[in-house]
Design a protein around this ligand. Structure first.
Ligand code: PLP
Length: 477
């Protein structure tokens, strides 16, 4: 098979194959293990040992192979029992809209390349702002992830900081300037460090002020350091840390940042969703005073990868940091044909607004509130089951959707527990019935299942506890 032009008629049959596979696959998720280790040999069929073919096999055969290998060997993380990392699923509306985005293949860079994508992005961003109750002044951009949301936010912070030193960093870079001070508590996420690393500040530019082994922020020490610095600085507040779902006191950090004229960035990758429920909204009190906010959509909004967003209190800072003047063939910032390519790190970009728009339109504010509150209830159920199991020990309060605990079999010495829980974490992933990962919390190795998938029900939470107890008994016995 050669030139795709010869396959013009094949589109209908390949899409039908995908469609006919999708229904049964998605229906199977409720009963399937998260991962089937027996499917691993299938991966070789993707061509591990083969050179690029001279003659292709044609779309039908290739799509058949991909669907057969994919549905068997994928990590079924879009199903209800994947509690590792913080990974959401995909709602029906978001999935259909994502397929539509691929079918339409829009370049969401400019209105000139897609008025549809630009318009949808504008609506999606406004609805997100309204979903989280942020003031109207905030404007944003859709980006690939929370890492890129942190990057986008901290790039704007960098531009602001340069301005305070009389420099235009977008034009001239950082040369000749002092190091930009960045302060945070111990909850600061690795991706914020990565963003600083990509921006040329270095990942070790963050000064961490923690008052305990868990990483809770030391407000007084951070405040004192800002007094001592007497120069513009950036403060990162962490709204939802990954080990136990705890929050920095955002309002206190906002007050400190304002007092010192510092830029406040809030990393709310999943924690921003606390704003959706009156039960948890207090956790993000003060975000409306942030200069920038980063969040993921592919986590708790349950849209496909790659999807995140950044909000800026002064949206014009996006254009200042990410504009690319001087290319004669591109629409400029002031052109009615311009667009989001000038307001974020990517130039050509897919229409990731479509699934966001669709899921918000399909389920509305109430639907998303109900989903978040179901997850809050499920997290409390999990905490209760952990508390009731004699060989399990909860290590933290459960303010949101993460439950941090460890196995503690009767008679095992403290010194043996870290190693035991590491082995338990490995055994969980090898077993595959449920997925959860380990972390180190306050110096102790622990499990930290996170609940953000719209499909997850009480039965899945019960299954998680059953599997953990089963493997604990086997490993200890
Ligand atoms: C997941 C997460 C990130 C990074 O998100 P990606 O989507 O993986 O880039 C950043 N901060 C926090 C708090 C997170 O939970």
């Amino acid at each position: 098979m050669g030139d795709p032009l010869g396959e013009r008629g094949a589109t209908d049959s390949v899409l039908r194959r995908v469609y006919e596979t999708a229904g049964p696959y998605l229906d199977s998720l409720a009963a399937r293990p998260v991962h089937d280790p027996r499917a691993a040999p299938l991966l070789a069929e993707l061509g591990r040992a083969d050179p690029l073919p001279d003659e292709g096999d044609g779309a039908d055969a290739v799509v058949d192979r991909l669907l057969r290998v994919g549905t068997a060997a994928a990590t079924h993380s879009t199903g209800p029992r994947f509690f590792h990392l913080v990974i959401g699923g995909v709602t029906p509306a978001a999935l259909a809209a994502d397929w539509t985005a691929s079918m339409l293949d829009q370049n969401a860079a400019f209105r000139a390349s897609s008025a549809l994508a630009t318009e949808t992005e504008t609506v999606a961003l406004r609805w997100l702002r309204e979903l989280f109750g942020l003031p109207e002044t905030y404007g944003g951009a859709l980006v690939a992830s929370a890492t890129f949301a942190n990057f986008t936010s901290l790039a704007c912070a960098t531009h602001w900081w340069g301005e305070r030193h009389g420099a235009d960093i977008a034009a001239d870079g950082l040369a000749g300037l002092p190091r930009m001070p960045v302060l945070s508590g111990g909850y600061v996420h690795a991706s914020a460090r990565k963003a600083l690393q990509m921006l040329g500040h270095g990942r070790d530019s963050v000064e961490v002020f923690a008052r305990d082994a868990v990483g809770r922020v030391d407000l007084d020490a951070l405040d004192r350091r800002l007094t001592e610095l007497r120069t513009p600085a950036v403060v990162i507040a962490n709204a939802g840390e990954v080990n136990a779902g705890d929050f920095d006191p955002v309002a206190d950090l906002a007050e400190i940042a304002e007092r010192h004229g510092a830029w406040l960035h809030v990393d709310g990758a999943f924690g921003l969703f606390a704003a959706l429920s009156p039960r948890t909204a207090h956790l993000v009190r003060g975000i409306e005073r942030a200069d920038s906010i980063g969040c993921d959509a592919h986590k708790w909004l349950n849209v496909p990868y790659e999807s995140g967003f950044a909000f800026l209190r002064e949206p014009a800072r996006l254009g200042a940091a990410f504009g690319m003047p001087g290319a004669a063939y591109l629409p400029g910032a002031d052109s009615p044909r311009g667009g989001y390519a000038l307001l974020g790190p990517e130039s050509s970009r897919r229409a990731r607004s479509l699934p966001i728009w669709a899921t918000l339109a399909a389920y509305g504010r109430e639907g998303h509130r109900a989903m978040v509150e179901r997850h809050l209830d499920l997290a409390q159920r999990l905490a209760g089951l952990v508390d009731a199991a004699p060989e399990l020990e909860r290590l933290a309060e459960v303010p949101l959707c993460i439950v941090c605990f460890r196995a503690r079999p009767a008679g095992m010495r403290e010194a043996e527990l870290d190693d035991f829980n590491r082995r338990l974490g490995e055994a969980l992933l090898d077993d595959g019935r449920v997925f959860a990962g380990t972390t180190v919390y306050g110096g102790r190795v622990a499990l930290r299942p996170a609940i953000v998938n719209w499909r997850t029900t009480e039965a899945d939470i019960d299954a998680l506890v059953d599997v953990v107890r089963d493997l604990t008994a086997r490993l200890a016995g």
